[in-house]
Design a protein around this ligand. Structure first.
Ligand SMILES: Cc1cc2nc3c(=O)[nH]c(=O)nc-3n(C[C@H](O)[C@H](O)[C@H](O)COP(=O)(O)OP(=O)(O)OC[C@H]3O[C@@H](n4cnc5c(N)ncnc54)[C@H](O)[C@@H]3O)c2cc1C
Length: 409
């Protein structure tokens, strides 16, 4: 087993154990300690739940409810806000899907440049292997490659150094993260890199400073005179207009329903509890689609094992289960063999699973595909219209609705 999977066992049981261990610390402890990165064995100030939330082995609502059962919303305000950062980024990208396309196009150009510019290729390889002159940067790169995780503050420092000190294209850094992070996510990752680069919030960049790194690593690192002293904002393509949130469907029971389970949402209880009893279930994992390069073995292995855990947990309710290649043709062949007359799937937000499902949905002669969105997402995403600070004002209302939304799931 890889170090990453030993650290993050890909089961809901492991996720719940981690959540239960963390919840007592979600209040004041989190607020005071969350910014400290004390090394790969010292991430006690944060939850390290992100790989589980990414695959929705654990949902945001699971995490928020467990937190509120122990703390008041004001005592756990900081932690609750961080969970909603993820929700905000998902909603923001859902209403501006072209930003993911812009990133992929620019990434392709940057990868082409690596092929033709040996100097750029060498600097990129040194950065990815953790072989630069900057000790902290190297340690974070190696931690990411080995464990599939990096602390939030280290992600900010790392991205800043990548862009402003090493002067590498930000898209290559975002790709390096997606290829190795167990929580690698099209929304949180792309938009956070854009934020550091000064593209997401125009003109506002993030500069990694020696004193800040030294303080929050408790002196483990102090990269004196090595870091860029300024962070001039990069320019990016113009921001696409905001689209309305795409429609979602209702789960309508039918005797011959097929379920498509994917690694953006491995908690299908909200669909099955709506009276859906699938005749057959196709399981697809799509994490290899987050990058044109090969993702780290632990990323694909985590998704595959997490999906298997879901199949084991829901076994009796899924009908005949098949693991299917993540292509529209493979799904069409499965649907035809299964003899289903409608397909239901948890709504997949912008990313590779949504792409596969969209291609499948556009094929002729396939049964209709219903995408069921969680009430949690439908309630929160439409508020991601501007910056997080406007979205944040809605958090008390969203928390107030949480229990009602759960009942609807
Ligand atoms: C350059 C950069 C790239 C990033 N890439 C990703 C990514 O690919 N996938 C990803 O899930 N997060 C990403 N983040 C956000 C954040 O760093 C991680 O979510 C967090 O470090 C996960 O660790 P944790 O579970 O211990 O977080 P905790 O601090 O314990 O937070 C609890 C949960 O809240 C959510 N969360 C916390 N902080 C953020 C944040 N700033 N933005 C969005 N959600 C947040 C996560 O789901 C997390 O599991 C990125 C941040 C930066 C600066």
């Amino acid at each position: 087993m890889t170090e990453a999977l030993a650290r993050f066992p890909p089961t809901r049981t492991a996720a719940l154990e981690r959540l239960n261990r963390f919840v007592p610390h979600a209040g004041r402890d989190y607020a005071t300690r969350r910014n400290y990165d004390l090394g790969r064995d010292g991430h006690d100030g944060v939850s390290t739940l992100s790989p589980y939330i990414r695959a929705r082995l654990l949902t945001e609502a699971d995490v928020l409810e467990a937190t509120l059962a122990r703390h008041s919303a004001s005592a756990a305000e900081k932690f609750i806000q961080e969970v909603y950062w993820r929700t905000y980024w998902k909603g923001w990208l859902e209403m501006r899907p072209a930003v993911w396309g812009q990133y992929k196009t620019a990434l392709k150009g940057a990868l082409d440049n690596i092929q033709t510019q040996s100097g750029l290729r060498d600097r990129w390889e040194q950065a990815c292997k953790g072989e630069t002159d900057i000790e902290c940067f190297n340690a974070w790169a190696r931690e990411l490659v080995d464990t599939g995780y990096m602390h939030n503050h280290a992600r900010m420092w790392f991205a800043s150094i990548w862009i402003f000190t090493l002067r590498l294209p930000w898209e290559l850094g975002a790709e390096f993260f997606l290829r190795h992070l167990l929580d690698g996510d099209p929304a949180s990752n792309t938009l956070s890199w854009r934020w550091v680069a000064g593209i997401q919030t125009p003109g506002k960049t993030y500069l990694a400073r020696t004193s800040n790194i030294s303080k929050y690593t408790e002196g483990r690192f102090a990269p004196k005179w090595q870091l860029a002293g300024e962070a001039p904002a990069l320019s990016g393509p113009s921001k696409p207009a905001t689209m309305p949130l795409p429609d979602a469907d209702l789960p309508i029971p039918s005797a011959r329903t097929g379920l498509i389970l994917h690694d953006d949402d491995l908690s299908p209880g909200f669909i099955l509890d709506a009276g859906i009893a699938p005749l057959a279930t196709a399981v697809i994992t799509t994490r290899s689609g987050v990058s044109p390069l090969s993702v780290a073995p632990h990323v694909a292995a985590f998704a595959d094992a997490a999906a298997q855990d879901t199949v084991d947990r829901f076994d009796a309710r899924l009908g005949a289960v098949s693991v299917v290649a993540p292509t529209s043709d493979a799904l069409a062949a499965w649907a035809s063999a299964a003899g289903v007359d409608q397909l239901i799937t948890p709504y997949a937000p912008v990313g590779p699973a949504a792409d596969v499902l969209a291609r499948f949905g556009n094929l002729d002669d396939t049964p209709p595909l219903r995408r069921i969105r969680r009430p949690y997402d439908s309630a929160a995403w439409p508020h991601a219209t501007h910056g997080f600070f406007r979205f944040k004002d809605k958090i008390p209302k969203l928390l107030g609705e949480l229990r009602g939304l759960r009942a609807a799931e």
